[in-house]
Ligand binder design. Structure first.
Ligand code: HEC
Ligand code: HEC
Length: 234
């Protein structure tokens, strides 16, 4: 009897620990707490334009522009610890010595998104292959939707085409003749949209400043974009 009580006591006192370690498992996604999986999502949608699909710096933007600061996250100059990574993400170019091209994310992303993407960034340093596998898994098996299209649009297209598609993104200061297309006036069909997104402007006899996305986005993601682009039309 006494032994059973002791055993029970042990179980009871051990269980809060068990729960605590479960709740803080960074892989598990809990709606309120920061976690790796959510960080991978934020990274995929918001960071790969400049840092590349796998964080190695070969983003579409640096490739399209050339002469761009080094965006390889595996060769960090500032973000060497989790806390520093989080600082750079929050403040970006507002920090001393950090290039202006790195946006400050504190007004754009919420606390959980910032903490999660910082965790993911640190995971990239620690276990690159597992981190890349996680990113690949994300994009698999999604159903095309306007919601996903919008997330991709905001992360990869808005910098040139503008948040509401009017061709007035931040990059218009360097992309001219022609400027990024005003997508509210676009009337081309789905087939054409698919091709210009997949192959880029140059392959379609248009400006090479419209990048090809076929290597960065999968079929379902491009279909999601097409659904979303049509909602921008006037
Ligand atoms: C518009 C392009 C752009 C986007 C989008 C962007 N970054 Fe950056 N980021 C940069 C540039 C450029 C640098 C290099 C700054 C420098 O070298 O001074 C940088 C630097 C960083 C660094 C510091 C790396 C180091 O050398 O220590 C971190 C961390 C970082 N970015 C994380 C992120 C995260 C996370 C996201 C998404 C939420 C993101 N970035 C989105 C352009 C971008
Ligand atoms: C670096 C700047 C840049 C980025 C990023 C960019 N575009 Fe473009 N895009 C352009 C430019 C410039 C044109 C105009 C090409 C021309 O008229 O020759 C264009 C044209 C287009 C067109 C042609 C519209 C029409 O009706 O003819 C579509 C569609 C388009 N972009 C979609 C996208 C999507 C979707 C994304 C994100 C996945 C994207 N673009 C990202 C610069 C960009």
């Amino acid at each position: 009897m006494i032994a059973r009580i002791i055993l029970l006591g042990c179980l009871l006192s051990a269980s809060p620990l068990l729960f605590a370690s479960e709740a803080s498992d960074p892989y598990e996604c809990n709606k309120r707490k920061p976690c790796l999986k959510h960080g991978a999502e934020v990274f995929h949608y918001r960071c790969s334009l400049c840092h590349g699909n796998d964080g190695l710096g070969e983003g579409i933007l640096p490739l399209a522009l050339g002469n761009y600061p080094n965006t390889n996250l595996l060769e960090p100059r500032f973000g060497k610890s989790l806390r520093r990574i989080e600082d750079v993400i929050r403040k970006g170019g507002k920090m001393k010595k950090v290039n202006d091209e790195m946006p400050p994310w504190e007004d754009e992303l919420n606390r959980r998104e910032i903490k999660s993407v910082a965790l993911f960034n640190e995971f990239l340093h620690r276990d690159f292959e597992a981190a890349v596998a996680m990113l690949k898994d994300l994009a698999k098996g999604i159903e095309p939707s306007k919601r996903i299209g919008r997330a991709i649009y905001l992360g990869r297209c808005a910098l040139c085409h503008g948040k509401s598609g009017r061709g007035n993104g931040k990059m218009v200061r360097i992309i001219k003749n022609p400027p990024p297309f005003n997508l509210t006036l676009s009337r081309v069909d789905d087939h054409y949209l698919y091709n210009i997104i997949y192959k880029g402007g140059e392959a379609m006899g248009r400006s090479p400043k419209m990048p090809p996305w076929g290597k960065d986005l999968n079929e379902q993601e491009i279909e999601s974009l097409i659904l979303y682009l049509k909602t921008l039309r006037k």
